[in-house]
Write a protein that binds this ligand. Sequence first.
Ligand SMILES: Cc1ncc(COP(=O)(O)O)c(C=O)c1O
Length: 318
Amino acid sequence: MSLAENATARRVVKIEVDASESSDQSEETMLKIWVDGKFVDEDQATTSVFDHGTLYGDGCFEGIRVYNNRIFKLRSHVNRLFASAKSMRLEIPYTVEEIEGAIREGVRINEITSGYIRPVVTRGPGTLGINPFQCPRACVFIICANIQLYPPEAYETGLKIITCSRPRVNRLALDPAVKSLNYLNNIMGKIECVENGVHEAVMLNAEGIVAECTGDNIFFVKDGKVTTPDLSAGLLAGITRAFAIEICKDLNIPVEEKLFTLDELKDADEIFLTGTAAEIVSATEFDGKPVGDGTPGPVTTQLLNEFRKRTTENAPED
Ligand SMILES: Cc1ncc(COP(=O)(O)O)c(C=O)c1O
């Protein structure tokens, strides 16, 4: 199949926005997946059943957006991938530059102009015991796919969110700042969202301090000031979160990182979520009650507009 033909028949990654939506991803596809240094057709892209990524969720990953041929915050994502790997004593058998090169090549070869990239590092094949040092070499693969964006209505009406009944995993046990393949804590939260017909769930840490959502970071606005949980609450240091903070500072919108409880969040004028997939999206209903007047607020709208401006034309790749 030529690249031109391939362009009409590629995997589309659906971003879940409607909790009741099916997760069917049955678009016609034939992607080229980078697996340990080589591009292979997606039906040939496999890992071993003895891979500890599969057996134990032992590994780490990233999610990266491509906007108009620019790979948004590529260096930050690859750095975070290496930081996650280092924290679990997982040696990636490539350099930062090699992984970035493979990602760029994957985007080119799959003709992705706007899309989503998923680099994954697994511990690699080993024995059936959990000892990671019995796995001689990590396995790395990179999926570059098209993306189906949230429908515009999601940004116009905002998302429904709830308080998650289970805490975010304790950072002393398994630091949420590490983007590991071990996502069961988040998945259990996501199940709660789906069962309650909402889009996202706010996860508190074991002390009842707001941490983040199942797949997004959280912010609130009160009296014109923007607040997001301090990293010490135990959350992923989101790259979109950092970008949103940078935008606030550039626009002279007061912004702070601090520890806060659910009571303070419920008193907010506006709530918004950030993430690679979500970008900046308003949450307009929280535990069945409207946030503010129940529509996306002015600060969130201003930040989203600025985010779009900065990613549409010349998205930063640093
Ligand atoms: C648990 C969690 N929090 C926050 C985020 C947002 O992080 P980022 O903006 O880097 O995508 C994600 C998405 O990767 C996530 O999975």
